[in-house]
Write a protein that binds this ligand. Structure first.
Ligand SMILES: *Cc1c(COP(=O)(O)O)cnc(C)c1O
Length: 233
């Protein structure tokens, strides 16, 4: 069972890496500029272990309880960077900073303040991405593009948080290219003031090529690597 799952994950991972390379060639970019984050939500810690053996160095999770339990189970915790990518309640800040190296879904001042306090109390300094909403109107989390720079300034001013850049999810049912282009503009505006905030997290299983074409530095890929949720529950 483990062996067939390993083979399945290995095949999927190879196909995803080939897609990323092809997209980089198409966009004239160096594949070394683009990091892959395997989104392991809904899948067990044993899959994370297999992915780490297959060379994956970053995972994404979107629910606090599930993430905390799985990360605690990992034998090779130090070999993998853990990204929190889901909508986050302020009262979960303390839990999230206990296991996440990067919090990608930071979209409001109260959450920034809560994460800074929690990180300080724990003696950690997680990376933070400002989540930008590309939906009209915004409805799935994320700050509106006009508000992103101010939120980034707030993160950069926090003693216990490290501003790394921006994150977004493409709008549902629309061409992702113009949305990712907008994200890139927002990212560049922030980089003008905070040159180290160079990450642009965009692109998932269905739209990673469009994200690479628009300058994404981090791709969050779930189903193309792990399979669909139903088949492995
Ligand atoms: C689930 C999820 C992904 C991965 O989506 P796939 O389509 O399965 O690749 C990426 N980003 C966020 C924020 C997610 O919740």
């Amino acid at each position: 069972m483990d062996e067939s799952r390993r083979a399945e994950l290995a095949g999927n991972l190879t196909r995803v890496r080939e897609r990323i390379e092809a997209a980089c060639v198409e966009a004239g970019r160096d594949p070394a500029e683009v990091s892959l984050i395997a989104v392991t939500k809904f899948f067990p810690a044993s899959d994370i272990e297999l992915l780490v053996e297959l060379g994956v160095r970053a995972i994404g999770e979107n629910r606090d309880q599930e993430a905390a339990a799985k990360v605690a189970e990992l034998a090779r915790r130090q070999d993998v960077e853990v990204h929190f990518i889901g909508q986050l309640q302020t009262n979960k800040a303390g839990s999230v900073v206990s296991y996440a190296d990067v919090v990608q879904s930071v979209d409001r001042p109260k959450l920034v303040a809560a994460l800074d306090r929690a990180a300080g109390a724990r003696g950690v300094r997680p990376g933070v991405l400002v989540q930008v909403s590309l939906d009209e109107p915004p409805d799935r989390g994320g700050v509106e593009p006009q508000g992103a720079a101010a939120l980034a300034d707030q993160v950069a001013g926090c003693e216990h948080l490290e501003l790394r850049g921006v994150m977004a999810v493409a709008p549902l049912g629309a061409d992702p290219a113009p949305a990712f282009a907008r994200l890139r503009e927002v990212a560049h505006g922030i980089q003008h003031v905070h040159p180290d905030a160079s990450w642009i997290s965009a692109g998932m299983s269905g739209d990673l090529e469009a994200a690479v074409a628009q300058g994404a530095t981090h791709l969050r890929v779930g189903s193309a690597i792990l399979g669909s949720r139903q088949s492995h529950r």
